[in-house]
Ligand binder design. Structure first.
Ligand SMILES: [Zn+2]
Length: 332
């Protein structure tokens, strides 16, 4: 219609070419009408078939080129392993969003509250809560061996288990919870305290029901609290893993000062998502002397460039800063 209107308007201003007696105008209008009718009536001829699936490996390979990974460790790294670690650690902390958390909550003094302790066979168990940043309360179980110590410290973050800290501490909700957990040796805080550790089993942000800080209220994130948590972190320049690492370090701050703890020996161990927390916490917090990331020693992206871990374990930009194709040989 626009084209037709333009032609008619032009007629009043222009030459005899558009005189009403002149056949050119009629021909042009007719052509336009034929063309328009043809275009609208034959859309199918413009529709392309769905594209064939194309291999993405070459694209992913280019994306994750080892040459683009500035902080990959290689045997000839200038200054050797210690220098590589010193160079890489601040970058990792930045990628995790820890710098942002420090900016926003670095002045916060964590507070801890306890319930009464309960005696068990050879140890005591006590429920506590630590406020790791304003209004963020992380519940945990503290399992203390008998005796005065000093005891080595074990921090035991769980993975994708909605009852994770309870599972680790042997606080079972029903028979099947107990049966399954014990069959799979998941009561690791109990095992640690029986081996002489002062053991802490914290609820992990986004992974335990009690530590869901940003649930998927509007069902925009697959109804997965951990993904919802991640997405909201990313908007603020944080990561879910970074917040979890932050919480673990605040627990170490507090527990490391307990008179019965030998802070020279700090074990961190977790399974799956808890292993991811363990890996990154140990890379960032040099107080951790032994790290056991169970069932999480996997790739960030496989050699084909594929991702197998949960979204909540993603660190934006991580492949720019470290070697991750193939197995993670070089954790920060
Ligand atoms: Zn997750």
């Amino acid at each position: 219609m626009m084209m037709l209107q333009t032609l008619v308007t032009a007629k009043s201003r222009m030459s005899p070419l558009f005189d009403s007696d002149h056949p050119c105008l009629i021909v042009l209008v007719s052509l336009y009408i034929v063309f328009a009718a043809s275009a609208h009536g034959d859309d199918k001829s413009l529709v392309r078939p769905a594209p064939k699936p194309v291999p993405v490996e070459s694209y992913l390979k280019r994306l994750y080129e080892p040459e683009n990974q500035r902080f990959s460790f290689t045997a000839d790294y200038s200054g050797g392993f210690d220098q590589w670690q010193a160079d890489a650690r601040p970058l990792l902390q930045q990628l995790l969003g820890l710098d942002v958390i420090v900016e926003q909550a670095g002045d916060h003094q964590p507070t801890v509250e306890h319930e009464d302790s309960i005696e068990r066979d050879g140890y005591s168990i006590q429920r506590g809560t630590i406020e790791t940043e304003p209004d963020i309360f992380i519940p945990f179980w503290l399992l203390r061996p008998q005796g005065e110590g000093p005891f080595p410290l074990a921090i035991l973050p769980h993975g994708h288990d909605r009852l994770g800290h309870d599972t680790y501490a042997g606080v079972f909700h029903n028979e099947s919870h107990a049966k399954d957990s014990l069959a799979q040796d998941r009561d690791v805080a109990v095992q640690a305290v029986k081996r002489g550790y002062l053991a802490i089993a914290p609820a992990v942000r986004g992974l335990a029901t009690e530590a869901d800080k940003v649930p998927d209220a509007y069902k925009r994130h697959g109804e997965r609290a951990c993904r919802s948590h991640l997405m909201h972190c990313i908007l603020a320049g944080r990561t879910a893993v970074g917040e979890r690492v932050w919480d673990m370090s605040r627990l170490i701050d507090w527990a490391g000062e307990l008179p019965e703890v030998d802070a020279r020996e700090i074990l961190m161990m977790g399974n799956s998502g808890g292993g991811v927390v363990t890996l990154y916490a140990a890379a960032c917090d040099e107080r951790i002397t032994v790290a056991v990331p169970s069932c999480s020693f996997s790739v960030i992206a496989s050699e084909e460039g594929r991702i197998f871990h949960c979204d909540c374990c993603a660190i934006p930009g991580i492949l720019e800063g470290r070697q991750t194709t193939g197995y993670q040989r070089n954790a920060f």
